[in-house]
Every structure is written in C-alpha cells, then in structure tokens.
Design a protein around this ligand. Structure first.
Ligand code: GLV
Length: 323
C-alpha cells in the first residue's frame, strides 16, 4: 500500500504528480483559502506525510491525532508555525526550504527599503488621486539610500545577500548576530556592532532573524527609541519580532521616520489595520519570496524532502533530529 500524503493547499500540478508517483495524495483544493482546522485534523489521522505552508499551525494537539505521521515538509524557510520539539519527541521529521529563496527575498527587502526611503507608494497614490499640481522643491522628499548606513539584525543567508546589494549602493553596513562572522566582515566589508549601537547609528534597520521565543518582540519601544528620527525600519522576517503597537506609536510621534513591512503579527491583516492609516508605512502582503521561479523551487524542494523521508532516507533540509 502506498503511503498517504496530505497537502494543505492546492499546489502546482507538476509537484502533485511527483508526489502521486510515490503516495496517495489528498489535497485541500483551494489555492487562496487555508485548510480549515477540522479538515486538517481529519486528514492527518491516517497521513504518513504532511506537505504544509507557513499559514498552517502544526502543533502538538494536531500531531497527537496523527498516528502514522513521519514527515512534515514546510514550504517555507521559516518554520515557527510548527512545534518542532513536539515533532522531534514523536519521531517526526521536519523540513524547510532554505537557500532557494535567499536572493529573491533579499531583492524584495531592498525594494521595500528603497520604496520606503523614497516614498514611492505614497508618491504614486498622490499622482493617481490627481493631487499633482506642480514640481515643487520639497515635494515628497525622502531619504537617500546611497551612502547611508544600513544595520542588519541577523546575518544569515538573506542578511548576507542584502549586504551585497547595499555595498553596491555605497552603503556602510553594520550587522549584529548571535555569532560574529569574520569571513563575511572581510568579504563584504561589514562592521559588527552590538544591537543598541546598530540601532543608534543606522539610517536603515533591517530585521532578518528567525522567529523564536527569543526573538519575539526583539524590536520594541526601547529599541525604537534608540533609532534616529530620520531612520527607517524594514521587516521581511516575521511580524512578531517587531512590537506593532510600539512601532505604530514610534511612527506616529516621529520617533522614527518610516517603516517597510512585509510581515505582520497576525496575518492576513485587514485594510483597517492601524499601521495602514500611516502614510509613512509601506506594507506588503508577505511576498518576500514571491517570484514565479522561487516559489516553484520552494514547492519542489518541499516535495524532495517529503519524498526522501517517505523513502526512508534523511531529507536534505531536515531541521530536527527525531529520536
Ligand atoms: C517565508 O516567509 C518563508 O519563511 O519562506
């Protein structure tokens, strides 16, 4: 008998065909609606493998219902939606999709930085509203990107890719990270700083750490108060890393100049989210890795991991070591 795989969202036919060659596949049929919890709870009971997205909460209670589950393959590099400790203790492998999305996400991070610095969205809205009367000396003036200081909090793969882009814009790049990275410092001309110094000195602060209990609220009231009134915060990692209420207050009071956000504490946010009332916020719907090529690669990579695990091997992107 073939193993059963449950896929929590409608994914590309090419990927489904690969899974079907090795497994009986059941799939939630919607592309733009997440699988309801009760459906997932029902389907997981006899599943050997789960192919899931960052929108699915894969917790202990769900795993407790899964008698045969051996592999949870997340189609994302971040896996804070999965209780990895619970999976490990139940002997379930957990995998993610690192590497393939690095450059695409760094592109989006830099695009958000530039859009925020130069008020691109606000300026475009201004024009479309018909407000453009004349060229004017200080109209819609922003902050320079070239020559400015960028502070990267979390120098992982995406942080390094962002640093390379920043260097091409003659930016001075500071970083902080759990461990110092002398090779990256030398290769890309980066300067290590502790978090508070980085916040004080940077014109742009980009948050690129994984979301864990340790990084929850990493940027809060105290950290925002250290930033310059002309500086910009960019977050393309996970929403909960930045305290949104503190950020709202800092943006409203002018404690910082602007923010570019691709991620939010609770996604999706509605059009009535307080941050969207502020003109100095550029907000995107979690599209960091959203290029056609990269999303297809992530989809195939999650399938590679899942298939390898079902075949009894060690998946290439294992994030835990189940006992
Ligand atoms: C996207 O946010 C990812 O973690 O891949």
């Amino acid at each position: 008998m073939k193993p059963k795989v449950y896929v929590t969202r409608k994914i590309d036919d090419e990927i489904v065909a690969r899974l079907e060659a090795a497994a009986d596949v059941a799939m939630w049929p919607e592309a733009d609606v997440p699988v309801p919890r009760e459906v997932l709870e029902r389907e997981i009971r006899d599943a050997d493998g789960l192919y899931c997205l960052l929108t699915d909460t894969i917790d202990e209670a769900l795993m407790a219902k899964a008698e045969r589950l051996r592999i949870i393959a997340n189609m994302a590099v971040g896996y804070n939606n999965i209780d990895v400790a619970a999976a490990t203790s139940r002997g379930i492998q957990v995998t993610n999709t690192p590497g393939v999305l690095t450059e695409t996400t760094a592109d989006l991070t830099f695009a958000l930085l530039m859009a925020t610095a130069r008020r691109i969205v606000e300026a475009s809205d201004y024009l479309r509203r018909g407000d453009w009367v004349t060229w004017s000396p200080m109209l819609l003036t922003g902050q320079d990107v070239y020559g400015a200081t960028l502070g990267i909090i979390g120098l992982g793969r995406i942080g390094e890719a962002l640093a390379r882009r920043a260097k091409a814009f003659d930016m001075k790049v500071l970083y902080c990270n759990r461990t110092r990275k002398p090779q990256a410092e030398e290769r890309f001309g980066l300067t290590y700083a502790d978090k508070d110094d980085l916040l004080r000195q940077s014109d742009f602060v980009c948050v690129l750490v994984p979301y864990t209990p340790d990084t929850r609220g990493l940027i809060g009231e105290r950290e925002l108060a250290l930033m310059k009134p002309t500086s910009v915060l960019i977050n393309t990692s996970r929403g909960g890393i930045v305290d949104e209420s503190a950020l709202y207050r800092a943006l409203k009071s002018g404690a910082i100049w602007a923010a570019g956000l691709d991620v939010f504490e609770r996604e999706p946010i509605g059009a009535d989210h307080p941050l969207l009332t502020l003109p100095n916020v550029v907000a995107l719907p979690h599209i960091g890795s959203a290029s056609v090529r990269t999303r297809m690669r992530m989809g195939h990579m999650a399938a590679d991991n899942l298939l390898q695990a079902l075949a009894g091997g060690t998946p290439p992107n294992l994030v835990n070591v189940p006992g």
